[in-house]
Design a protein around this ligand. Structure first.
Ligand code: FBP
Length: 551
């Protein structure tokens, strides 16, 4: 095996821990702090989670006296999309577990939740862990998107955990995985299985956050990686002065990634899906707004610019949202019939017949490639896979045809030469920034403390993260506290409320304050590559979103 110089150097990095997690591990304990309530729908949720609802908020504390440490086996699984720092969650968990009791074992489930159902495991030892410390990716045990949701699956989970003598299962995942984890925790408690279930907040999308969870891990590194690339493209655009770059950025639903990258790089245009939905803007409105800016810049001699587009945009445009929801229902209800239609022409003919008049019209106005992408396979939750819809191309095509019309009317005299980009997977497995390395290690270390205390239905949480690490605090948040009821597949389901961009929040206000000037002038900002070694103010800088939101 050969390692790059950076990989070798990162192995030597010692993640920082908050002071409460430092020192003798048998003197770290918990302090329960009163009962809790869910975000909304309290009555219904307390009925759905009779054994775990209302559990106290937990503060991790230093104890005056040592407590008894028991040898325990913990199971760990990575769920969903990759996010930088996953390996550090596992190494933090491993170090705490072994420090407490060298005979305790950490069992990794391979390939995501399916690894539990198929009993595919690996015992994680020092040698394996050491190969993954401070590195990106989820390759230590792999990940997957299998959903754990049926009682049959829960029974298998119980049997498999018992087979390995696992008393605590740690699910490292996003809002859906943690929601399912909470349902599993309730199920295990009802069955008196003696197995606890805990979560760790993961997703580059940054939408698993609330009053109790400051940020999901991976957001910091992913946004810094994309911002570096955007800054480089801005430099190129500023030098060549000949292209308009349309850059789509990952983020299945919320626009936090796009907003953070806009704050870090000052592009000419950054679309924020939540604002577009709030202002009921149609696809045509969005295109006309962009065309206005392109024409104005062109009149000033600048036939170039940068546009940031959030991946989830399409589902926030009112007419597209309706169309997608009709398509999702049709494809879910007529799966067999749909798959019997072999040509795209047959599929689109059938779809057009079944859609409502308005949606059928919207569908017919879309370019052929986008129509095809909208009909592609759904994800395990029945949703369109937005990362596969080329929104950036759709916008370019629409802008181009509007500018052509204006050109023939003599209203546009400049040139428009577009370049399209999609930054997504590039950011999900980067070496975690120092922030994510420290944050994830602390989340994993703290998860052990919660496991050892026998807690279940909690998410490991580290607070105060806009401050230096030694001032961070740690604890556990009952997952039910973050839940509400939402419509899923036609039924009301308990889910962790997804955090969308708050249009009244400081990050959005900071962005919107200067955007009109930045649209016309080229006032680009060049953040450069993530720095792992060097001055603290560079290497340990927090995302702007986190700095502005504080906690
Ligand atoms: P998670 O919510 O599981 O963390 O995944 C987020 C994400 O990276 C989205 O930004 C993106 O839309 C999606 O995963 C892509 O999924 P896939 O890896 O299955 O292509």
């Amino acid at each position: 095996m050969t390692y790059s110089p950076l990989q070798t150097a990162r192995y030597g990095y010692k993640p920082k821990l908050p002071s409460v997690l430092q020192g003798e591990i048998d003197k770290i304990g918990i302090n329960p702090k009163g009962s809790t309530e869910s975000e909304a729908d309290q009555k219904k949720l307390s009925e759905l989670f009779p054994r775990t609802y209302g559990a106290p908020f937990i503060e991790t504390v230093k104890l005056d006296q040592s407590q008894n440490i028991e040898c325990i086996n913990i199971g760990v699984v990575l769920s969903g999309g990759q996010a930088p720092g996953g390996h550090n969650v596992i190494s933090g968990l491993y170090d705490a577990l072994k420090k407490a009791s060298p005979d305790s074992r950490l069992i990794g489930f391979l390939g995501g939740p399916a690894g539990i159902l198929e009993n595919k495991t690996i015992e994680l030892d020092e040698k394996t862990i050491d190969q993954y410390r401070n590195t990106g990716g989820f390759d230590i045990i792999g990940s997957g998107r299998t959903k754990l949701e049926t009682s049959e699956q829960f029974d298998i989970c119980e049997d498999v955990c018992k087979l390995h003598d696992i008393s605590s299962l740690i699910i490292i995942g996003g809002d859906d995985s943690n929601t399912n984890g909470a349902v599993l925790a309730e199920y295990f408690k009802e069955k008196n299985s003696g197995i606890s279930v805990l979560g760790v907040p993961k997703t580059i999308d940054g939408d698993l956050k609330n009053k109790y969870v400051g940020i999901s891990f991976g957001f910091d590194t992913a946004t810094k990686t994309y911002s570096e690339l955007i800054g480089n493209i801005e430099k190129d655009a500023n030098s060549a002065k000949k292209y308009w770059h349309f850059i789509k950025l990952m983020g299945r639903s919320a626009s936090h990634i796009c907003l953070e990258c806009a704050l870090q790089t000052h592009p000419n245009i950054a679309l924020i899906s939540e604002e577009i939905e709030n202002n009921h803007k149609s696809l045509t409105d969005i295109v006309l707004d962009m065309v206005n800016i392109i024409v104005k810049r062109s009149e000033l001699g600048s036939n170039y610019g940068i546009v940031l587009i959030p991946e989830g945009l399409i589902e926030f445009i009112p007419e597209m949202k309706l169309l997608i929801s009709e398509l999702n229902t049709l494809l879910a209800e007529h799966t067999e019939h749909f798959s019997s239609l072999h040509t795209f022409e047959d599929q689109s003919r059938w779809i057009n017949r079944e859609l409502t008049r308005d949606s059928s019209y919207v569908f017919s106005t879309l370019p052929n490639n986008i129509q095809r992408q909208l009909l592609m396979d759904r994800d395990p939750h029945g949703n369109v896979q937005v990362s596969r819809i080329e929104t950036e191309k759709l916008l370019v095509q629409m802008v181009e045809s509007r500018l052509d019309e204006m050109k023939s009317d003599g209203k546009f005299k400049g040139s428009f030469s577009p370049q399209e980009h999609f930054f997504g997977y590039e950011g999900r497995c980067a070496f975690p920034s120092n922030f994510d390395a420290d944050y994830c290690y602390s989340l994993g270390y703290n998860a052990y403390v919660l496991s050892a205390a026998g807690l279940t239905g909690y998410i490991s949480s580290i607070h105060n993260t806009s401050k230096p690490v030694d001032q961070w605090t740690a604890g556990g948040v009952p997952v039910t506290m973050m839940m509400n009821l939402e419509q899923r597949h036609g039924k009301m389901k308990p889910v962790i409320r997804k955090a969308l961009v708050d249009l009244e929040g400081k990050p959005f206000k900071e962005f919107s304050k200067n955007r009109d000037i930045r649209a016309i002038k080229s006032s680009y900002l060049f953040p450069g590559a993530i720095q792992y070694f060097g001055p603290e103010e560079v290497c340990d800088a927090r995302s702007i979103t986190l700095q502005l939101e504080g906690e």
